[in-house]
Design a protein around this ligand. Structure first.
Ligand SMILES: [Ca+2]
Length: 149
């Protein structure tokens, strides 16, 4: 009995202090839920808001050492034809996506960088989900099927 309580407490403590990866992803706290328009997707790298399974963006993020690199920014993890950086809100009206991704990846990812990007109108709200194929350009076999909202 005591061992169960100890292990339960230890598990809760470890889970509570696991890093929140969404703070390491551009607009990671604002990624829309493609099925429920007013909601955000709680775990961007996961195949469902409360799932432990990774989606393609989560697998790419993991392969990149949990860093939002230029390569990850330029990649199209969900294969909908839209680069991750664009889905996550980078504004390509003045600079191309390669320049923006290179710029973002060259700085330490923190609130100061995000504020700079927003102030310069280089970052807006996400337009889609980088790991869930939710754009009209999605091949039918990859399109995410929504459950209930
Ligand atoms: Ca995409």
């Amino acid at each position: 009995m005591l061992i169960s309580i100890f292990l339960g407490t230890l598990l809760f403590t470890v889970a509570h202090f696991l890093p929140s990866y969404k703070n390491l992803i551009l607009n990671g706290n604002n990624v829309p839920d493609p099925c429920c328009p007013r909601r955000t997707w709680g775990r961007v790298g996961h195949s469902a808001p409360n799932s432990r399974d990774l989606n393609n963006f989560g697998r790419d993020f993991q392969r990149n050492g949990h860093k939002f690199t230029e390569e990850l920014c330029l990649a199209d993890s969900d294969r909908d034809g839209v680069p991750n950086g664009v889905e996550l809100g980078l504004n390509t009206t003045r600079h191309n996506i390669q320049t923006l991704c290179q710029f973002v990846a060259s700085y330490t990812f923190n609130a100061k960088l995000i504020n700079f990007l927003e102030r310069k109108s280089l970052l807006g709200r996400p337009i889609g989900h980088p790991g869930i194929c939710d754009q009209n350009s999605c091949p039918p076999n990859l399109r995410y099927r929504c459950g209930r909202c």
